[in-house]
Ligand binder design. Structure first.
Ligand code: COA
Length: 283
């Protein structure tokens, strides 16, 4: 029988030595696709830990970012403990803290069925899926005419990129300026689209062992429908084709007709993989 929980409390930086092993050896672990390192989240709340005496039994972190949405960033349970019990109690504490802070929306992107079974019991409802597409850059597209100049981003572009990103996305998909800055710092190929000196769109791509992944694409609403998104993606595909890097992957929401049409038109194909998004209002 699993040892009983003795306390649930917010994490502090001093807990890193206990949290780090759980990130590697948990009986069950959920991590969100993220630009910040796990240790950085320890400074943000709610990041709750469940203890059985001096043993860390589980963790659950859902610090709001942007300020109105709490995405589940981490959920982990140590081997030998009951996932539904430990995570259920941790979620109840997180929810209390989120409500006290005035956060009204929570979202989770699940990568396996473990959480999918628990989330309806926590009041979450399945919403859209995130679909995975892939492109063989050896078949890179030809150039399209657009009004925009595409160039590599510079650190001083960060505020303008964050403003375009915020305007282009709706909640819960918006990134805070801090998240955009982290993404720009970590992505290996970041380009902006500029019209008359003003940044109107951007894309962020990261390289990995098995190709590259375009993690973000946005065009300011005023400039959408003018082939700027297409130009950004084609420019990025040509860059990776020239570097001999293939394939390039991308994720998008199943209800995002514009991006799905754009990716398909440029030769991306669905891989059949997908992730479920769950959301709930906190009342
Ligand atoms: C998706 C997005 C980047 C597209 O950029 P855009 O500059 O508006 O798109 P383009 O003008 O380059 O369109 C290229 C093609 O995409 C498709 N497309 C674009 N917008 C569309 C829409 N609203 N509905 C259907 N198809 C659309 C069309 O096939 C279009 O080609 P066509 O004009 O020759 O028919 C932009 O709509 C956006 O920023 N959306 C919000 C953020 C987002 O969803 N990002 C992608 C997340 S993965």
């Amino acid at each position: 029988m699993a040892a009983p929980l003795t306390s649930i409390r917010p994490a502090t930086l001093a807990d890193w030595d206990a949290v780090q092993p759980l990130l590697k050896e948990a009986g069950y672990l959920h991590t969100h696709f993220d630009w910040h390192k796990p240790r950085a989240w320890l400074l943000r709340h709610p990041f709750m830990l469940a203890w059985s005496g001096s043993q860390l039994a589980g963790m659950l972190a859902a610090p709001p970012d942007p300020p109105d949405v709490a995405w589940l960033r981490f959920a982990g349970v140590a081997a030998g403990f009951s996932g539904p019990k430990v995570l259920g109690e941790l979620w109840a504490s997180c929810q209390k803290e989120l409500l006290a802070a005035g956060v009204r929306r929570s979202a989770i992107l699940t990568t396996n069925s473990y959480l999918d079974e628990l989330l309806p019991h926590w009041g979450f409802a399945a919403s859209e899926e995130v679909l995975v597409l892939t492109h063989n850059t050896r078949l890179a597209a030809t150039k399209t005419e657009s009004a925009a100049l595409i160039r590599r981003a510079r650190p001083e572009d960060c505020d303008a990129v964050a403003a375009v990103d915020w305007a282009a996305f709706d909640t819960p998909w918006r990134h805070s300026p801090g998240m955009v800055a982290a993404a720009m710092a970590h992505a290996t190929y970041v380009t902006v689209a500029q019209v008359d000196g003003t940044i109107v769109g951007h894309q962020f791509t990261t390289e990995g062992r098995n190709g590259a992944h375009m993690a973000r694409l946005a065009v300011h609403p005023t400039w959408q429908g003018k082939h700027i998104g297409r130009a950004l993606v084609q420019h990025m595909l040509r860059h990776f084709a020239d570097c001999g890097i293939s394939p390039v992957g991308v994720n998008t929401q199943s209800n995002n007709a514009a991006s799905l049409a754009l990716y398909r038109a440029l030769g991306f194909t669905l891989t059949g993989e997908g992730y479920q998004v769950w959301q709930r209002w906190l009342l």
